[in-house]
Design a protein around this ligand. Structure first.
Ligand code: TYM
Length: 338
């Protein structure tokens, strides 16, 4: 009987610009819930961020802002581990081993690379291409078993599983690494742009009206919800009526997630309503949830040294977990250590 790996949660977010409602509903909210049932590591993946050039000062600010967002959302850095990736060298070291395990053909299939590299692939950084190998290293440096993410990370997690499986097979160490499970749950696993229901809400969208940032105040949230694109029909009374109405479906999913209900429940209450009324209710629930979070983030950011101390402490605890695993990996691979 194969030894089971103990349940352990790992997830991360890139500190590049503003975190937004998609990050919050697709990921952070689920991270907060998992703290009740699992030991968790929540990482700010600064090594991933520099696969695309980042201004050093802005990067430092964004790392602290991400840490503040995690904590303000309810992640407990005392009970669980919160840190930035570059402080734990095991991530980069294991990523090198995985660069030698993963196949170029696997990486060539990654849709996120294609999207991010755009037309000029020759000019993308080599780091952007091997980005998913580093992501596998993040998770497997701790032998984490569960990875809560939004829908868009599913393909990367499948690759992490393939890497774990190939390492175990190539080196004849069945069950050395667990095959990490994606945890993609809730009514808003893919929050779409407020301007175009076919595009993902994203930090890189040039229009700030496309997203609600975790730094937006009540007025900005209300304005963005009011300006969100919709269609002229009233809301349907059940989810089947949302088919082909991407913007309407997105707003209903956001409302459902923010108010902790299912889309069915929301439509039972709002079926037949005009968007003007629904948007008012949506804006109220968004303000109610996000404004206290933003206030707390701003409070935390007034003392950057406190945030740095939390990250340093988290990194120390993370290192203690990752280093013995990395030593075992090096032994398995056949490296000599003095
Ligand atoms: P990143 O920084 O793009 O996004 C962080 C998390 O937010 C989720 N997310 C969304 N969820 C729903 N709707 C959206 N519009 C939306 N936009 C973003 C993402 O799915 C993600 O969960 N590669 C990862 C970071 C990473 C990581 C890891 C994650 C690095 N190493 C190890 C898990 C485990 C990324 O770029 O996420």
């Amino acid at each position: 009987m194969a030894p089971a790996h103990s349940p352990l949660v790992f997830s991360g977010m890139q500190p590049t610009g503003n975190l937004h409602l998609g990050n919050y509903l697709g990921a952070i909210r689920n991270w907060v819930k998992l703290q009740e049932t699992h030991p968790c590591l929540y990482c700010i993946v600064d090594l991933h961020a520099v696969t695309v050039f980042q201004d050093p000062k802005e990067l430092r600010d964004s790392i602290r802002a991400a840490a503040a967002a995690y904590i303000a959302s309810g992640i407990d850095p005392e009970k669980h581990i919160v840190f930035n990736q570059s402080q734990v060298s095991a991530h980069a070291e294991l990523a090198w081993v995985f660069n030698c395990v993963a196949r170029i053909g696997w990486l060539n299939r990654m849709t996120q690379f294609k999207e991010k590299a755009g037309k000029n692939r020759e000019n993308a950084s080599a780091g952007l291409f091997v980005y998913p190998n580093l992501m596998a290293a993040d998770i497997l440096a701790y032998k984490a078993t569960h990875v809560p993410v939004g829908e868009d990370q599913k393909q990367h997690l499948e690759l992490s599983r393939d890497i774990a499986q190939k390492f175990n097979t190539d080196y004849g160490v069945p069950d050395f690494f667990p095959l990490p499970e994606p945890v993609i749950t809730g009514p808003a696993t893919r929050v779409m742009s407020l301007r175009d229901g076919t595009q993902k809400m994203s930090k890189s969208d040039p229009s700030d009206y496309s997203r609600i940032n975790l730094t937006d105040d009540a007025d900005a949230i209300a304005l963005k919800v009011r300006k969100a694109r919709t269609d002229p029909d009233p809301l349907p009374s059940e989810p089947a009526g949302l088919v082909g109405r991407a913007e309407a479906e997105n707003l209903v999913s956001i409302y459902a997630a923010l108010s902790d209900q299912s889309a069915e429940d929301v439509l039972r209450d709002f079926g037949g309503a005009q968007f003007s009324d629904f948007k008012k209710a949506l804006s109220d629930v968004a303000v109610e949830t996000l404004v206290p979070l933003t206030d707390e983030m701003n409070r935390l950011l007034q003392d950057p040294s406190e945030i740095d101390a939390i990250l340093a402490k988290g990194a120390g605890r993370a290192r203690e977990l990752a280093e013995p695993i990395l030593r075992d990996v090096y032994d398995v691979v056949g490296f000599i250590r003095g």
